[in-house]
Design a protein around this ligand. Structure first.
Ligand SMILES: [Zn+2]
Length: 228
């Protein structure tokens, strides 16, 4: 039975049974003896389909930033770029050079340092200044930190309920998205980067969304002032 290959012409039911066998075989290497496995799917000495289901779920490691990248309030377009950024998969100069694509190495914002991921987020004085202004605007009394620390801090915020936490999560995703978009425009279309325009766009976006959201509307009025 264990050696039986899944025949191509087998019916759907037979294939599912044989695939389940494969899953159980893989589990047997990591989940102890057969009797230990049987105990893990029993409740009061009886087979429990619920426990069986739980035991077969893939055991992916939990990542701290999961709540942030799955935040329901963050716009899907911003969430996708944030998800790429968190996994450091954005095609920065550093990555392009590694695969043999030659581009101007300097940062498109400051022009002083090589564009690496950590420089863009947020070692560059221009990008860090934007994020600092947004943080202060939202009432967070902190300075921008290293990327990993910032993502960790944001992941804790994303788990919280309430207007400030939701707006901060959306603002963070939007800053990443807008900076990446501005970097592409400056680098590939020679468009001049205008930090004020980026912040204005973000504020308008949050205002418009806040109007239709009772939780956001309850925020003190100062949150909807313009960032200094
Ligand atoms: Zn820079």
């Amino acid at each position: 039975m264990y050696l039986l290959r899944i025949p191509r012409n087998a019916s759907w039911v037979v294939r599912k049974v044989l695939e389940a066998r494969e899953q159980l075989r893989i589990r047997s290497h990591s989940h102890g003896t057969i009797s230990q496995q049987m105990q893990s799917i029993q409740l009061g000495g009886k087979f429990s389909i619920h426990k069986m289901y739980i035991s077969l779920l893939p055991n992916h490691p939990k990542v701290a930033w999961k709540y942030l990248t799955m935040h329901p309030r963050i716009h899907p377009r911003h969430r996708f770029i944030l998800w790429l950024a968190i996994q450091q998969r954005l095609a920065t100069v550093e990555r392009l050079l590694k695969v043999g694509i030659n581009v101007t190495p300097e940062c498109a914002f400051c022009g002083l340092h090589m564009e690496t991921f950590t420089h863009l987020f947020f070692e560059c004085r221009i990008t860090t200044n934007i994020w600092r202004r947004v943080l202060q605007w939202l009432g967070h009394n902190k300075q921008p930190m290293r990327w990993e620390d910032e993502v960790h801090w944001m992941s804790q915020i994303a788990k919280k309920k309430g207007g400030t936490a939701e707006i901060t999560s959306c603002a963070f995703a939007m800053v990443i998205y807008k900076l990446w978009q501005a970097r592409n425009n400056a680098r590939f279309q020679r468009k001049t980067f205008q930090p004020e325009l980026l912040i204005k766009d973000m504020v308008i976006h949050l205002h418009v969304r806040g109007r239709n959201n009772a939780t956001w509307r309850r925020r003190p009025q100062e949150i909807f002032n313009y960032p200094h």
